[in-house]
Design a protein around this ligand. Sequence first.
Ligand SMILES: [Zn+2]
Length: 375
Amino acid sequence: MHRPTVLDKQNWPDKKPRRKSRMGMGLFLLLMTFNAAFIAFSVSSSRTEANSSLNSSEPGEGLTFAPFQSARKVKGARAVVAASRVSFQSFGDKFQLSGGYLEGKEVRTLRLTVQSSLSFSVCRIVSEDQCRALAARIARKLAWFLDVNKDIRKGDKVVLIYENLPAEPGLKILKMDYFSGYLNKKLEMNFFKTPEMNYGSYFDRRGKEMISRLDSRTTPIRNYSEITALPGEMRHGHLSGHAGTDFKAEVGTPVFSSFPGRVTRTNWNTGKNGYCIEVDHPDKDVKTLYLHLDKVLVRPGQWVGQGIKIGHSGNTGRSYAPHLHYEIKSRDRKKTVYNPFIFKYHKKYSRTISNKFRKNFEKTIRLYDSLLQAG
Ligand SMILES: [Zn+2]
């Protein structure tokens, strides 16, 4: 009998991605996010109020499932023996989770109704040192589905479960529901991780991954935790804002040439770019750039094939956290930049939770639902 052991990667999009210019506009949001100059949210229901009705030592609904084998690898996780149940306990305004990769996680819930200023409103209930980061994370996720500059409207609702982490990155969203009145759409993202994934991802209720990935044959990096920036907009024909796609990854992660081509230069403008590589692809009329590397494994003039390891990602130059900055730009003077998730030579896919992990996934979804009911 065929037992799937890896996530289904057959989920290819039916059509080639389109809408270059429109996506470019929508993605400008990311820059806005980091400038903290965007739409505001305000709180419609107070966390403290919601939790005051709970007995602080009362356990939540216990959900039983087989332990994740990788639970012991999770930093700060408790013993694996405790992982046969997924459950939570509330302590004041926090919840403590048990089971699988959720073991030992301390989470909070949050409900917001969009009124006028996001960071301001998030900051009304989340501590000042965290609220801007949380607002940025909300916007970063929404950017994949809507134009944050135009589509977020007063009355939209956000429901969150997020984790407090002792160290950087400090916060992690485990579940986000977003209700857009203007688009008349409901978005639901659930974080889930199987032992076969290096990092978890966000899935809809049916188990389909919501943020796509670049096909392993053309991706510049395979092992990354998330995408933290996408290319900014083109303004009056000039490039403004962020030109690349940032893949958050540990220093030393292999970086590959996305397409066959010739290395045109390495390590230029290192104060800004850090160690870096540029590869020319005349047949596709673009150059690809790989910045902030820890190690460069190629020399100018060298021919590289597709998927050939050309370096290691790092944190060099003007970079504030380990990541790969990947950029696709046209060879002409206009230097048009392309979003890799729209660029026609990059194939994309989304993973689907395989049957093997389906039960665990569904139980995690139910846990999230119970948390939101309780908080
Ligand atoms: Zn970048």
